[in-house]
Design a protein around this ligand. Structure first.
Ligand code: DGT
Ligand code: CA
Ligand code: CA
Ligand code: ZN
Length: 597
């Protein structure tokens, strides 16, 4: 069977290749028009062809196109595309989509430099050969290189919020199918890793075919990599790969454990099973039939080998639910965020799994901006958003003046803001508005606000927004100095990294954390999914060195207050409990901790 979307895609490629060939523009346009018609067409062309309906009755479809479509539907191939592909490498299509390229340039690059793929174009540009072409030049070459970087980045790892945006509609789409009894995302997405390589979906169903059929015909699918009986794999138009498995009820829990991973966690579970005469696979937990031969691999190596287990499997003892699977190896259920082989199995065995912080535990948000600096909403609007979330306190942390380009507040502006906060506080006794500011750490480690004003703030949040590439020794010194300022309360987004965009600053994190702990400065876990700073492993280090954490959204508009779950999930990955997170403290305890009246 062939979907309309696939037909449209092939016709679109014909249009692309014709353009590269410098074919008659009217002919190219005919293909583009047909693509538009077919993309919007509700009736499957396949059915229209089977019913011998007249395709030329459709807008934009003439005799030639009608013939091509009929051929594709009936034979699975379209001669015109196959012929074009013999003349023009179809990888040029990717090249002509790069910023600043287009079909003419793609043709030129191909003819004059022999460039057929994005990789080859990259080498050519790096060697400076592209700029030498007539009509290209240095500027265009640089544009091409940055476009290629973008292209590669998109084939790399996706931020969790991006993955959420792609996964949510797909889950809804799959769940709408009656045969899909349960649909869940496993893999790094379920463990709530900060980025994901791909999305792994598990569907509980006793009817794999309709599930697979629906999966590969998801409208955003760009390419079907595989579509077997129970496993499929596609690439979405965004470049994100999605793997799907259909499993029966008796294996669902085991498959969920297996595909949630992490791989290292799975290896440890399997070893534990072998020690108990059991074998764990994606199909279930089974009794081992034979005792291993004397010369057999030690359990460690056995656990890592993927195929050894099922061969000798006997009676199934567990598999329907995850709880059952963990139970079979004498462990309590371990939540996905902890499944990273960071000691969770030992902790589970000893009955010492952490009582992780929850979204509901949070009583306030300690970094947000208002229209007083670069925020989009007034303090009162932010207040309403915080009240709606049931918070007991929140901090307004507009930028200090060093951030001139966004008009940070100076001493005088801050004074005026205090007036507004006082007025609002009078009207809203249900929530405490903390007078605060996100004060820049200047190049030499001093703070961008006069000491009298720092004294007057309830909560002093400090952070780096410049000089990201200082050498490690100087960067460390700079931050240590700022942390030792007696007014400092919170170090915001400590490493200043932006996921997939900016590397963390180079400093001695252990020294920074130790200094923060010693000076009672809390470390922020910035919940914005672009930041997630500190990240999970760094937060674990912070906890082990006795530093406290605050989870803040860094909201620049009311809607951003909803980013808090991303922070909480990363906190859970770091084994943080309520007591580690200061904004999980009730109002009085929180105020006491920082000595706020
Ligand atoms: P990703 O996609 O790179 O963000 O990370 P994951 O963890 O989602 O990895 P992925 O998609 O390659 O595989 C999904 C899960 O399947 C993984 O977490 C554990 C399981 N898995 C995959 N390959 C293996 C393997 O070779 N051995 C074991 N034990 N488990 C595997
Ligand atoms: Ca994955
Ligand atoms: Ca995968
Ligand atoms: Zn900031």
């Amino acid at each position: 069977m062939i979907e309309n979307i696939e037909i449209a895609k092939q016709l679109d490629e014909v249009g692309d290749l014709l353009e590269i060939q410098e074919a008659n523009p009217f002919r190219v346009r005919a293909y583009r028009n047909a693509v538009r018609t077919i993309t919007e067409l509700a009736t499957p062309l396949e059915r229209m062809v089977a019913d011998e309906e007249d395709l030329t009755a459709l807008p934009g479809i003439g005799k030639e196109l009608s013939r091509h479509i009929t051929e594709l539907v009936t034979t699975g191939e379209m001669g015109v595309l196959a012929e074009l592909r013999e003349d023009v490498p179809s990888t040029l299509v990717q090249i002509m989509r790069l910023p600043g390229v287009g079909p003419k340039s793609a043709r030129k690059l191909w003819h004059e430099l022999g460039v057929e793929t994005v990789e080859e174009l990259k080498s050519a540009a790096e060697e400076g050969r592209v700029s030498e072409l007539k009509g290209f030049g240095e500027k265009k070459q640089a544009l091409i290189l940055s476009g290629i970087e973008q292209f590669h980045r998109h084939s790399a790892r996706y931020r969790l919020d991006e993955a959420d945006r792609f996964a949510a509609p797909l889950l809804e789409y799959l769940s709408a199918l009656g045969e899909a009894e349960k649909v869940e995302v496993a893999g790094s997405y379920r463990r709530r890793c900060e980025t994901v390589g791909d999305i792994d979906i598990l569907v509980l169903s006793s009817a794999p075919e309709p599930v697979m059929e629906r999966f590969v015909s998801y409208p955003s699918v760009e390419k079907v990599l595989a579509a077997g009986g129970t496993r499929g794999s596609v690439v979405l138009r965004s470049g994100l790969q999605v793997d799907l498995r259909v499993v029966p009820a008796e294996s669902y829990g085991a498959a969920l454990v297996y595909f949630t991973g992490s791989k290292e966690h799975n290896i440890r579970l399997r070893k534990r099973a072998l020690d108990r005469g059991l074998t764990v696979s994606e199909y279930g937990v089974f009794e081992l039939l034979e005792t291993p031969e004397p010369e057999a691999k030690p359990a460690e190596a056995e656990a890592e080998s993927e195929d050894a287990a099922p061969r000798r499997a006997g009676r199934q003892v567990a598999g329907r639910t995850e709880k059952e699977v963990y139970g079979a190896v004498e462990l309590p259920y371990i939540i996905p965020e902890l499944r990273e082989a960071r000691g969770e199995i030992a902790a589970a065995e000893a009955g010492e799994l952490p009582d992780l912080v929850n979204l509901d535990d949070l009583r306030g948000d300690l970094q947000m901006h208002s229209t007083w600096s670069d925020g989009k909403n007034s303090i009162e609007e932010m207040l309403d958003g915080c009240v709606e979330r049931g918070y007991e306190y929140f901090a307004i942390t507009d930028h200090s003046k060093a951030l001139a380009m966004i008009e940070g507040l100076d001493e005088e502006g801050l004074q005026r803001q205090f007036g507004e906060i006082e007025e609002l506080s009078g009207r809203h006794p249900e929530i405490r508005i903390l007078r605060s500011m996100e004060v820049d750490i200047l190049a030499d480690g001093t703070l961008d606000l006069a000491d009298e004003m720092l004294e007057a703030l309830d909560l002093v949040v400090i952070s780096i927004h410049s000089m990201f590439s200082l050498p490690a020794a100087r960067q460390t010194e700079r931050v240590l100095k700022a942390l030792q300022h007696p007014a400092a309360d919170v170090l915001a987004h400590p490493t200043a990294r932006l996921i997939n965009k900016r590397e963390p600053v180079d400093f001695d994190l252990e020294q920074v954390i130790a200094c923060a702990a010693e000076n009672r400065v809390a470390l922020e876990l910035n919940a914005n999914p672009h930041r997630l700073d500190l990240k999970d492993t760094q937060l674990m280090l912070a906890k082990s060195l006795g530093a406290k954490v605050v989870i803040s959204t860094d909201a620049h508009r009311v809607a951003d207050l909803a980013l808090m779950p991303y922070g909480v999930e990363q906190a859970r990955r770091a084994w943080l409990e309520k007591g580690d997170v200061l904004n999980a403290f009730p109002r009085e305890d929180f105020l006491d901790y920082f000595g706020i009246e």
